[in-house]
Design a binder for this molecule. Sequence first.
Ligand code: NAD
Length: 433
Amino acid sequence: MTTLTKQIEKKKKSSGGNMMDNVLEQFNSAAEYIDLHPNIKRILSITNNEIVVHFPVKLDNGEVEIFTGYRVQHNNALGPYKGGLRYHPTVDIDAARALAMWMTWKTSLAGLPYGGGKGGIQLDPSKYSEAELERITRRFTFALADNIGPEHDIPAPDVNTNSQTMAWIADTYMSTRPPAERTANHHVVTGKPDGSGGLEGRDRATGYGVFLSIKFWSERNNETLEGKKFIVQGFGNVGYWVSHFLEQEGAMLVAVQDAFGSIENQKGIKVEDLLNYTKANDGSIVDFPEAKAINKEEFFGVECEILIPAALGNQITERNAHQVKAKLIAEGANGPTNGEGERLLLERGILIIPDILCNSGGVIGSYFEWLQNRNGELWHLDEVMPKLDKKMRESLNKVFEYSEKEGMELRKAAYCIAIKRIEKAYVQRGIFP
Ligand code: NAD
């Protein structure tokens, strides 16, 4: 191997490369089990479209930097492409491909009229000012042009993007339409602020869905969440909200890891106190006074019953799966557990509620927002949360029952259900021409 090839291989392994292996391994195993038609397997093993854009943005100091943005559209057999935009140094074409595939399975499993897509920009947002991030976002939207659209491909927030990012995208996209069509394009993104076409409750939808998954598990075991210890990797949108709801049910947060450090307190970390602390400290949990710092490597081995990865992919692997003390892993993040890590965990009898089920509350919330915009309606929090509850429980029931009936782990059960629904659409419609 040349040095350059080695560097590329190393980079792939550190970011999307592993995630792609992971999602394909999961897909192949389920496809084999349900005896998926080879033609449909071929279609689903590859992405429909991959858009890579390079675009210039003026920085605050007057210099111009060229950024690289991605949008991968995996499959749209069930409806428009749907999935988040991530701003992170690990975003590359492989990561976007893997994450887009996960979205296809997730939207199918949730019974939504969507396909799967994902994208983002390879950058570290902490290095840019708010004004620069706004210009980067708007210019990225302009570069994507008609590759996104309210009935074609609908982005949403993901790591390091939020409702503000979505407001900029919606505004830029709408501003580039003819005047009479502008407001009809409001639903080009979901996860907007609730004053700008966003859905009340979309902010907490993913974390609430993760919480409901954990609650569902405890109810099936005839237990309550009172006093149960949990740890969370990632204290952003998903990590915070799931902690918030678990604490309300009497569970206790005992350790947190974010991009900056890891902390533990076996007597409990107050979720709102930690949130207020991170708000005052550039989003970091480091030096939170009501907990002690621990080593990064110790985090997954912290004493607890529930582990919630809610940061990046490929975090629980053969390197650390043996340390895990939890009985339950509820995957808030996409692709946090790799194949080898999962095998070790399952051997030890640890239950994993898989990402495409566990964190699907976000895309269900996004669907509600899209419907609300499309129909010119405004839904309130007290109608949104019961609707979300109902849809999540339907999915949880389906997957737990299939897993029991077929004697397989939850992830494979979720994949089988998701892939069968897409297969049905292909069988009914045939392949053009
Ligand atoms: P976010 O940007 O709000 O928060 C990310 C958190 O992860 C931050 O606390 C950050 O410090 C931490 N983090 C980053 N790198 C880390 C590292 N190397 N080690 C430990 N922590 C690290 O992002 P989010 O929206 O909460 O998304 C988190 C995960 O949930 C992602 O995998 C995302 O794809 C998935 N997800 C998000 C949504 C959603 O609606 N936001 C929906 C479904 C799935």
